[in-house]
Design a protein around this ligand. Structure first.
Ligand SMILES: NC(=O)c1ccc[n+]([C@@H]2O[C@H](COP(=O)([O-])OP(=O)(O)OC[C@H]3O[C@@H](n4cnc5c(N)ncnc54)[C@H](OP(=O)(O)O)[C@@H]3O)[C@@H](O)[C@H]2O)c1
Length: 337
């Protein structure tokens, strides 16, 4: 079968179109004919071994997100059948419950081979039924960015109607967070470097927007917009470069969810106000199979659709990664197999 993999060295130059033997499912496994994949910021770091020593030895098949149709099942698989359309789950051993070291230890496209293959063979517990109203490309975006936003706002965040939420940027996770926060009945402020993207965010339901380049003190501005002690929940994707303003924005007793380090990976903000104002800092790393199922149920009931910016062909993975790095995208960048 055709695969796109990091082949014989950790660098982007070693990411190549290649072949592997067609896989066969074992007794408790399913084989999936892959139909689409989707990119995440993380996939830019994988070729340079950005996730450290736990990563799979080479070769490593790229990308964590995708969808496909089951075309073979092992004899012990009972709850899935040939023809089911499923998404491989980001964490293969986090079924439910709290995050633990073992549950966070096996993710696709890093410790395990990813979705850029004609077929994937996975344990039946490692896949989930995709919402039927979504296209293949839309469904492919759910396991990483969708589940991360869901766990952030619902499982961990417990956002409720009337809450105020700030979402940073207009990338993949951010637009899922905007959509889910609106679905939960929150008042949502979106920040972006681009006024054009902010106009599109308003079309998607953002109540207010702030350009973080023209208004560097966007945390103060967010606080002024809600006219109270501050924001209930800030979804932070920047890390070092954004946490100061997130702390400025958040209310006493509010939550800052720490999802990413787009603007640096160490903390250098004053901790006094975080402590005395009882601010909760919550790290989030994707989520469990239960999170996926709850998210899929909500998406189905509300007939929500992920935002797809651009689609590339299977052979165009490197161009797709370059495009993601350009930061021009609004929402998800996908691969049609
Ligand atoms: N923790 C998890 O489980 C998890 C899961 C998925 C992703 N992540 C992390 O979340 C982050 C976003 O991932 P993604 O896949 O959504 O990336 P992405 O689609 O590439 O989104 C990047 C967008 O983030 C915005 N951005 C960049 N720097 C910013 C800054 N200083 N302040 C505010 N916004 C900024 C930009 O939006 P504008 O163009 O609108 O300015 C940019 O387009 C990454 O750090 C990623 O590793 C974490």
């Amino acid at each position: 079968m055709r695969v796109f993999q990091v082949e014989d060295g950790w660098s982007i130059e070693h990411v190549r179109l290649s072949t592997r033997l067609d896989p066969q499912p074992g007794a408790s496994q399913v084989r999936i004919r892959m139909r689409a994949s989707a990119l995440n910021y993380r996939d830019r770091l994988v070729p340079v071994r950005g996730y450290g020593s736990r990563m799979k030895t080479l070769p490593l098949i790229m990308l964590s997100d995708g969808v496909g149709i089951i075309d073979a099942v092992g004899e012990r698989v009972t709850h899935l059948k040939v023809g089911d359309r499923v998404c491989p789950l980001f964490f293969q051993t986090w079924t439910s419950g709290e995050p633990t070291k073992p549950r966070l230890s096996l993710s696709l496209g890093a410790e395990l081979d990813g979705t850029m293959a004609e077929w994937m063979v996975l344990p039946a517990e490692g896949v989930a039924l995709a919402p039927t109203h979504l296209s293949d490309l839309e469904a492919a975006t759910l396991p990483t960015a969708g589940v991360t936003a869901w766990r952030t706002l619902v499982t961990e965040g417990r956002v409720k109607p009337g809450d105020t939420v700030v979402v940073q940027g207009t990338g993949g996770v951010a637009l899922f967070a905007l959509q889910f926060a609106k679905l939960l009945g929150a008042f949502v402020i979106v920040t972006s470097s681009s006024d054009e993207k902010l106009a599109r965010a308003r079309e998607l339901g953002a109540d207010e927007t702030i350009n973080y380049l023209t208004i560097p003190e966007w945390g103060k501005r967010a606080r002024e917009i809600v006219g109270s002690d501050g924001i209930d929940h800030v979804v932070d994707v920047g890390g070092q470069g954004t946490l100061g303003q997130s702390a400025r924005a958040v209310r006493t007793g509010g939550t800052i969810s720490l999802l990413g380090v787009l603007a640096g990976g160490t903390m250098d903000i004053p901790f006094g106000p975080i402590v005395t104002r009882n601010v909760r800092l919550q790290g989030v790393t994707v989520g469990s199979a239960d999170d996926f199922a709850a998210m899929a149920r909500a998406i189905t009931q509300h007939q929500s659709r992920p935002v797809i910016d651009r689609v590339f062909g299977f052979e165009e993975l490197l161009s797709a990664l370059d495009y993601l790095a350009s930061g021009k995208h609004f929402g998800k960048v996908c691969i049609q197999h």
